[in-house]
Design a protein around this ligand. Structure first.
Ligand code: NAD
Length: 485
């Protein structure tokens, strides 16, 4: 397949009318010339999805399941090649990129099984006149809108349940890392995707999203991205009364209780903070460390940050790579200045890439550790801000109850982490947190068979697990009356 084909509409790869370039953030090199779609292509994709819905919704669960299983197998077969593309276009470490691709296959495998198990019809009692029936149906045409930070797995966890439920879809991934999503769609095509069932439109957000929002035939917007864009989609969906599934920003607290195993907390903390260089919605935002462990935690984390090896993400010895673009680097430099104004002091800064002339400096920001020995002296509003980058904040707390009350007031509620050896204590603290996901002594809680999602300003709905198919189903009640006379 020619990489300029960025549109899959009604089973055919097409080119768009506007050209664009995909760059490698690590080197600044051009990876591919692509063409972009807009309003016209989006209408064609919705037409195709609406037409395909009539037959796909009637396909048997077994048929849908087999398409998903074949797709999972192909993704796994091609994981190294797709992972390499993903690493180049997003800047994430090659091993993390391959891991993301395999994780995407997990979603197809999981929902292949869910497609077989779905109960489409249930009898209910409680009303005179015989049985009443509850029918589950696919919601209809779905739009899957996703960011660049986990471009393959986030599309996968929307596409797989949508297809399992009998929906058809129009996908719009971020144009910043589109090549790996094109490869994902090629897996679907090669697995036997019927024309129109899943369509891909890559292009600028505005015209594509507006077209999807205005079209009555699109019944669900499944979006992952920032809270402000999620709020805009929520408001703009009211006119056509679409369903919404929103996976939005996070600000995960990482709580280290006084009895925590320090090394375990640090091992997992480094993953929770520095996986994808902090550009993850569930990234640890602030480490809240019980005062007796604070000095040791800060000292040890400083050593680990200083040992991170910046470099080309394709090279095996690299442990730290580039941000997605130069704008994010400038924003994170400002975040560090804001942290210092809010009461933090710089403790450690990791290595830069000065020695490596093959790399472009625009996207490389050395990792940093900022710490504050007294939580009561830190500006609370700053602790509510999503960092979304390789800036680790560590703050000491004395009063756990005051900490939990302060966290409950925060507006974001996606992920959190609790580290403690006393499991009863760990679970009590975890249950108090108003979030959708908590890693208890676990810095990497993501799993295809578990429900992921947030509360409050972090979104609506869940993805993955048994719950992940619910967003894609409607319910119809069939009342069976008895003759009136
Ligand atoms: P973003 O909201 O800027 O972009 C997400 C997607 O929306 C992209 O495809 C982008 O092109 C599109 N978009 C941007 N502006 C738009 C507009 N005005 N109208 C329509 N579409 C628009 O987010 P980002 O910077 O790409 O990603 C980072 C954010 O995403 C962070 O806040 C992160 O926490 C969040 N995120 C959440 C999850 C989750 O599962 N909850 C997962 C990954 C990322």
């Amino acid at each position: 397949m020619d990489s300029t084909h960025t549109l899959l509409i009604n089973g055919e790869w097409r080119t768009g009318s506007v050209s664009g370039t995909v760059y490698a953030p690590a080197t600044g090199a051009s990876l591919a010339q692509i063409t972009l779609g807009g309003q016209v292509e989006t209408v064609a994709a919705i037409d195709a999805a609406a037409q395909a819905l009539e037959t796909w919704r009637q396909a048997s669960g077994m048929e849908r399941s087999m398409l998903l299983s074949r797709t999972a197998a192909l993704i796994n077969e091609r994981a190294e090649a797709i992972g390499r593309t993903l690493s180049q276009e997003s800047g994430k470490l090659l091993r993390e990129a391959i891991g993301e691709v395999r994780f995407s296959a997990d979603y197809f495998a999981w929902f292949a099984a869910e497609a077989r198990r779905l109960e489409w019809l249930n009898g209910v009692s409680g009303r005179n006149g015989g049985p009443q029936l509850v029918l589950r149906k696919p919601v209809g045409v779905v739009a899957t809108l996703t960011p660049w930070n986990f471009p393959v797995s986030i599309q996968a966890r929307k596409i797989a349940p949508a297809l399992a439920a009998g929906c058809t879809l129009v996908a719009r991934p971020s144009e910043q890392a589109p090549l790996s999503v094109i490869a994902l769609f090629q897996c679907l095509v090669d697995a036997g995707l019927p024309p129109g069932v899943a369509n891909l439109v890559i292009g600028q957000a505005g015209p594509i999203t507006e077209t999807l929002l205005d079209d009555m035939r699109v019944r669900l917007i499944s979006f992952t991205g920032s809270t402000p864009v999620g709020q805009m989609l929520y408001e703009r969906s009211s006119r056509t009364m679409k369903k919404l599934a929103l996976e939005l920003g996070g600000c995960a607290p990482f709580i280290v209780c006084a009895d925590a195993d320090l090394n375990l907390a640090l091992d997992h903390g480094m993953i929770a903070k520095f996986r994808n260089y902090g550009q993850s919605c569930i990234a640890a935002n602030t480490f809240f460390v019980a005062e007796p462990l604070y000095n040791a935690f800060v000292g040890e984390m400083a050593k680990r940050i200083s040992a991170l090896q910046p470099g080309d993400p394709l090279v095996e010895t690299t442990t730290f790579g580039p941000l997605i673009n130069a704008r994010r680097k400038r924003e994170l430099e400002q975040v560090q200045a804001q942290a210092e104004a809010a009461g933090f002091a710089l403790v450690a800064r990791g290595l830069g890439i000065e020695q490596n002339t093959a790399l472009a400096p625009d996207c490389y920001l050395p990792p940093a550790l900022l710490a504050a020995p007294d939580m009561t002296k830190v500006e609370p509003a700053f602790l509510e801000q999503e960092i979304f980058g390789p800036v680790a904040l560590v703050v000491a707390y004395r009063d756990q109850e005051a900490l939990l009350e302060q966290l409950a007031r925060q507006s974001l509620g996606l992920a959190s982490y609790v580290f403690a050896q006393d499991m009863t204590q760990a679970l009590r603290v975890a249950a108090r947190l108003e979030v959708g996901i908590t890693g208890v002594n676990d810095g990497l809680p993501s799993a295809a068979n578990a429900p992921m999602g947030g509360v409050k300003q972090s979104g609506l709905g869940r993805e993955g697990g048994h719950q992940g198919i619910e967003e894609f189903l409607e319910t119809q009640y069939l009342a069976l009356g008895k003759p009136l006379l």
